[in-house]
Design a protein around this ligand. Structure first.
Ligand SMILES: [Zn+2]
Ligand SMILES: [Zn+2]
Length: 243
């Protein structure tokens, strides 16, 4: 049976801001099987490897939310170190192949390019250990931007205090929070820029409105930069999203 996670201790999740643009790299591991995925190893692969070693994790997949240099810089090194397949959306392959140009734009040395081992698209699942996360294609920041959604564990009974729960009856069942790895599509209080190659403001708004805001309010959001947030908080207070 596949786990979603009702309890945070059912999952290892380490967030490591890497490189000078401080891209949030996530290591998401199953404490039972010791299998993990790594999202957006943009740089500082040695530090990512330290986290993997500390938890005794084997990497099953390296998932890339989009092919901007700050998110893909360490793909090759991490692939060479772990043997895990590198996965991204086909619509960002062109951007990935232009890594040299991206490096020139921001005056960075060109990282070694990886072979992309698998292509992800809307509705695919990425599996590791007892977990499975859903791929949501969210074009707009780049054409192949994607988010990875690890859903909540269905419904879980919780004892609530208040009307209708006298004599210790079980309260209403409550859905625990899922997790969304949002790349540069959604940030706490902002959204991804759309003025770079392949960007589209109309598309990012459509991705946000029809796909990300369709998720439950409690969903924890881990953006590609900056602090974590929730769908509900962004729905209410993000100037790009609140009505
Ligand atoms: Zn980006
Ligand atoms: Zn970024």
């Amino acid at each position: 049976m596949l786990y979603c996670f009702a309890m945070d201790n059912a999952l290892i999740h380490e967030i490591l801001p890497v490189g000078w643009l401080q891209c949030n790299c996530s290591v998401v591991g199953d404490p039972e099987t010791r299998e993990a995925i790594v999202l957006d190893p943009g740089d500082e692969v040695e530090r990512i490897q330290e986290i993997l070693a500390r938890h005794g994790l084997t990497v099953r997949a390296i998932v890339n939310t989009h092919a901007h240099i700050d998110h893909v810089g360490g793909l090759r090194k991490l692939h060479d170190a772990t043997g895990a397949p590198v996965l991204m959306h086909s619509e960002d392959l062109e951007l990935y192949r232009a890594l040299e140009m991206q490096a020139a734009w921001i005056g960075m040395p060109v990282p070694e390019i990886a072979t992309v081992d698998g292509l992800l698209r809307e509705g695919d699942q990425v599996r590791w250990g007892r977990f499975a996360a859903n791929v949501i294609h969210t074009p707009g920041h780049t054409p192949g931007s994607l988010c990875l959604h690890l859903p909540a564990c269905g419904e879980r009974s919780r004892t609530t205090v208040g009307e209708g729960t006298a004599r210790g009856e079980r309260g209403r069942t409550t859905t625990e929070a899922g997790k969304l790895f949002a790349g540069d599509t959604l940030f706490a209080g902002s959204i991804g820029r759309t003025d770079l190659w392949g960007g589209s403001f109309d598309e990012i708004m459509r991705s946000l409105q029809t796909k990300l805001l369709a998720l439950p309010d409690e969903t924890l959001v881990f953006p590609g930069h900056g602090p974590a947030t929730t769908i509900g908080r962004e729905r209410d207070s993000n100037p790009f999203l609140s009505r």
